[in-house]
Design a protein around this ligand. Structure first.
Ligand code: F6R
Length: 611
């Protein structure tokens, strides 16, 4: 949430900053702003709306200086407006700041600063930081020191970039609970919320830790502790992603591109991790010895949103294959309740971005209690990737569409590998291990065959484009898919959709059903097929329209329902990897038909870095 980019170097800062903002736009898109050193002073421009509105508003004589900061906003304190957009400034408009996060003690600080004579222009928590730095600069020559001292008075989360007219050629950044990285170029340095902003310019990055402050100039960077000023160890790392991976590659939307990438994503997630002749999976990063794996008697998975639903699929799968109980916890709830973990509980956090605030807080809480935590993450260098004690990278490549798709299937694929690995150290036979891994290897081609039905699914979407509600139902492995399908639908097409276990239907939701309220069933031919068919009949008896996702070999279900989308058959535990695909395509086509902004749905942003 909120994207920050900053540049100091030899090139013109403005085009780099605007391009960086466009690459970060998925982090927030209600307003944007930029500040660049001009000949005599810093020029700042900010606008409510998308980055293109800001870009269009920049006059032809907007400064061509070599240093600047920029921001794309997802509003927390203060409604989206030109005024509340970042950068914010001090009383003299000489210190400018962009911020991602929430300053929790801003009311007290604001009172104190007002008493000292500072005048505020906006309703934001961020503005107090500019004034606080101004206050410290009264007794401090160094901008770095003034920012550091100001931050020592602040409680909350922040990723910031600060520049000052009196301190040209340097930008100060700092991080606490919000993502921030340093990019290292030739005679230039960058600060950004994530690597996507920097991919065309550099792939050499440093990942500062929480509680660290950064100074970048054209020639150098330094990282120190905010508290003690002590120099921090900072390793330069190479980003594996290429600039090309973060483009639409001819697709109209990132979401569609990412849906179509899924066969490749699964191939990458499992590449080199299966030992076929032994029906075994190899996961090097778990950092658990076989002895320790054998001691695990409970697994706890914690995540948010789509990652939570991937965890729920994991729960069904691991319990079925391993007979180990699995708790799945919503991180935002988990972090505030009493945490009961046994000494042999294995804990996982799942997060595509690796920066979700609630998931990070849950991870820290588990560690505080003295337990190890494993991560399932897509972003190397992210907080979750660094702060966990081991884990599994999903290797899905950059996910830019706000609605998560490819990360979901990659998360499930690696959980399958985990279940096979764990199982084979326990009582899973070679045959069963082989059966699962062989079926998993076939999944990418099976997904390709579902993707070929995109036009067919679009035709079905045309029939449903004006409905305002949908009930999504499934059982067992497909219950999480009903939840995920309903989430995809509501977040990008704004159709109200609820996901339920099909068996729950008669306990309330069926009251909603009438001619205008269709139901979607995920009903492949598996161990709960007959039960789901009963539920479908009950909806039909109440004149509800039914759209079903079912097996290719099913000749009966298509006759029962208004619309049917067939998926290839696989073993039951892997069904979610196939049944979710038509649901992603259905939401995509419905959103496009309803003229919604698929990649930037209203009120949402990718990577929820505030709680
Ligand atoms: C939904 C979606 C969100 C994320 C959730 C967790 O399409 O994208 O629900 O899944 O915000 O994000 P990560 O996985 O980055 O922790």
């Amino acid at each position: 949430m909120c994207g920050i980019v900053a540049y100091v170097g030899e090139k013109k800062a403005t085009p780099i900053l605007i391009d960086g903002l466009k690459r970060l736009e998925y982090r927030g898109y209600d307003s944007a702003g930029i500040a660049v050193f001009g000949k005599e002073k810093i020029e700042c421009e900010k606008k409510k709306g998308r980055i293109r509105v800001l870009e269009d508003s920049l006059s032809v004589d907007y400064p061509e200086g070599n240093a600047g900061i920029a921001h794309t906003r997802w509003a927390t304190h203060g409604a989206p407006s030109d005024l509340n957009a970042h950068p914010h400034w001090d009383c003299n408009k000489k210190i400018l700041i962009v911020h991602n996060g929430i300053i929790e003690n801003y009311i007290d600080l604001r009172k104190k600063l007002k008493k000292a004579g500072h005048a505020f222009n906006t309703e934001t928590d961020t503005e107090i930081l500019a004034h606080l730095i101004e206050e410290h600069l009264k007794n401090e020559k160094s901008l770095f020191e003034a920012v550091r001292k100001a931050l020592n008075e602040v409680h909350g989360t922040y990723g910031i970039a600060v520049m000052s007219e009196e301190h040209p050629g340097e930008i100060i950044g700092a991080k606490n609970g919000s993502p921030l990285i340093i990019g290292i170029g030739d005679d230039e340095h960058f600060i950004a919320s994530d690597v996507s902003a920097l991919l065309p310019y550099t792939r050499r990055v440093v990942y500062p830790r929480d509680g660290e402050i950064i100074r970048i100039t054209k020639d150098a960077f330094e990282v120190r502790s905010i508290k003690s000023k002590e120099e921090a160890t900072s390793k330069v790392e190479k980003v594996e992603w290429s600039s090309d991976m973060a483009t639409k590659k001819g697709y109209p939307h990132f979401m569609l591109k990412e849906i179509f990438e899924q066969p490749l994503v699964i191939r990458n997630a499992i590449a080199g991790r299966i030992i076929p002749e032994e029906g075994l999976a190899h996961l090097g990063g778990l950092n658990y010895t076989v002895k320790e794996l054998l001691q695990v008697d409970r697994i706890m998975i914690c995540a948010m949103g789509t990652a939570y639903y991937a965890g729920l699929v994991g729960k069904y799968m691991i319990e079925e294959l391993l007979g180990i109980p699995v708790d799945i916890e919503n991180a935002s709830e988990f972090r505030y309740k009493r945490i009961i973990l046994g000494k042999n509980t294995m804990s996982f956090v799942i997060s595509q971005s690796g920066e979700t605030a609630d998931t990070i807080a849950a991870l820290r809480e588990i560690k505080r209690k003295g337990h190890r935590v494993l991560g399932v993450s897509n972003v190397a260098g992210s907080t979750i990737a660094r702060d966990t004690d081991g884990g599994i990278f999903v290797h899905a490549g950059p996910e830019i569409g706000v609605a998560s798709t490819k990360a979901f299937v990659a998360q499930i694929a690696v959980l399958v590998l985990f279940a096979v690995k764990m199982g084979r150290h326990r009582d899973m036979t070679v045959e069963q291990g082989k059966e699962i891994t062989e079926a998993l290897v076939k999944i990418p081609a099976q997904i390709e065959s579902i993707l070929e039905k995109s036009d067919e699914i679009k035709k079905i979407a045309e029939k449903y484009k004006d409905v305002e509600d949908f009930l999504y139902m499934g059982r067992k492995f497909n219950f999480p898919i009903a939840l995920e399908g309903a989430l995809k639908l509501k977040e990008i097409s704004y159709i109200h959709a609820e996901g339920y276990p099909a068996g729950e239907m008669k306990h309330g939701p069926i009251a909603l059903i009438d001619k205008t309220f269709p139901a979607l069933f995920v009903a492949p031919k598996d161990s709960v097929y007959d039960k789901t068919i009963n539920n479908i009949q009950e909806i039909k008896a109440r004149e509800g329209d039914v759209l079903a996702i079912g097996s290719e070999s099913d000749t009966e279900l298509p006759k029962m329902v208004e619309d049917f989308i067939a998926v290839p058959e696989t073993i039951e535990v892997l069904e979610p990897l196939l049944t979710v695909i038509p649901l992603q395509l259905l939401s995509y086509h419905l959103a496009v038909l309803r003229e919604c902004d698929v990649d930037k749905p209203r009120n949402l942003a990718k990577s929820v870095t505030v709680e």
